[in-house]
Design a protein. Structure first.
Length: 55
């Protein structure tokens, strides 16, 4: 039981750490996708696409 709790705790910590690490990367990706899609397809709902990615 103790080992399982430690494993769950480690998983939670690594998930949170990974999420915080990926936040700037995700933001940069969003901006890049937004720029690229607005260049190639004007008027495309790029905002909805990035919101979907965030979800």
């Amino acid at each position: 039981m103790g080992k399982r709790m430690i494993g769950v705790l480690l998983l939670a910590i690594s998930t949170i750490g990974f999420t915080f690490l990926m936040l700037p990367v995700g933001q940069w990706l969003d901006e890049t996708i937004l720029r690229a899609s607005s260049q190639f397809i004007p008027g495309l709902g790029a905002k909805g696409y990035t919101d979907f990615l965030r979800w």
